[in-house]
Design a binder for this molecule. Structure first.
Ligand SMILES: [Zn+2]
Length: 154
């Protein structure tokens, strides 16, 4: 069965945001694209091969992606992962941040985007950041599991 997804009409506020969105107006060139998604290099970037995969449509909340957009985005992500693993790293990180509390600037853009970057053992990202994060981990309390079970299943 084929499902057709129709984007809701854009409001005046959406149009203003789209005009001011660097991914809609002034992003790096797409190095790969499909029906509804683009892949381009992050500028600025964390490491060589730091890709951004985004819907062509301006969306700010990841849960507003249509099934078609999700599929197109993940087809591009998995394609890039395969290329990176065979040529630039031993592994890949995929990251999506939803941070409406941070104003848009040259590093944070409101347009939904997935970060994809190559990783290898004790790489630059590990050396400058992740090696300091091991203290963040703590044992999971069963009461916390119950609490989140209720959150997801009200
Ligand atoms: Zn945009």
């Amino acid at each position: 069965m084929v499902r057709v997804h129709v984007a809701p009409p854009k409001t005046g506020e959406d149009m203003v945001k789209q005009v001011s969105c660097p991914f809609c107006t002034n992003r790096e060139p797409a190095l790969k694209e499909n029906g509804t998604a683009w892949a381009f290099l992050s500028n600025p970037r964390k490491v060589p091969g730091h890709f951004l995969v985004a819907p062509k449509r301006h969306i700010e909340k990841p849960w507003e992606l249509t099934q078609t957009e999700l599929k197109d985005i993940f087809l591009l992500i998995f394609f890039i992962e395969k290329q990176l693993v065979s040529k630039l790293g031993q592994g890949v990180d995929i990251r999506q941040n939803y941070r409406p509390y941070i104003p848009q600037d040259t590093i944070k853009v409101d347009h939904v985007v997935f970060h994809v970057y190559p990783r290898y053992h004790q790489d630059y990202l590990y050396q400058v950041s992740e090696k300091f994060e091991s203290d963040l981990f703590t044992e999971l309390d069963p009461a916390e599991t119950e609490e989140f079970m209720r959150l997801l299943n009200p």
